[in-house]
Design a protein around this ligand. Sequence first.
Ligand code: HEC
Length: 128
Amino acid sequence: MKKIIIQITALFLLLLIPVLFFTGCYNDSKEYLYPELTGGCDTTNVTFIGSVLPITDANCKSCHSGSSPSAGLNIENYTQIKALADDGRLVNVINATGGYPLMPQGAALPDCSIKTIEIWVAAGAPNN
Ligand code: HEC
């Protein structure tokens, strides 16, 4: 009787090994779970309020706001950001092109943020 129990237990463990092995191979890929971390960039519905303003609020406002902003430029609301979009400086500074300094200073925005701003500017920088 004892022998049978040992045999059944051994069989059970043997069957368990491949199950554990294959569940270990379950592919919870980083790309699938966190597309924004790995280059996946959702630009299907770019808007000023939903897409662009959060980027400038988080990355530009610290220097470009208040009564003495860097370069005398406030980057806080639609009117101010629209003006920079229309004169080309917004896209130029985030890419450090056209002889403009890279913004934010020192470290470029993530590719997805650059792409998002470019899409919005190319659409005419609408107030949406
Ligand atoms: C750490 C502070 C800081 C941050 C953050 C920052 N800027 Fe600036 N920005 C400056 C300074 C200082 C200048 C002026 C010095 C210069 O021209 O290099 C400037 C200049 C500019 C200019 C004028 C460029 C020109 O030559 O006409 C624009 C446009 C600009 N920034 C846009 C942005 C945008 C857009 C962001 C966010 C994506 C941003 N900045 C983030 C400090 C900052």
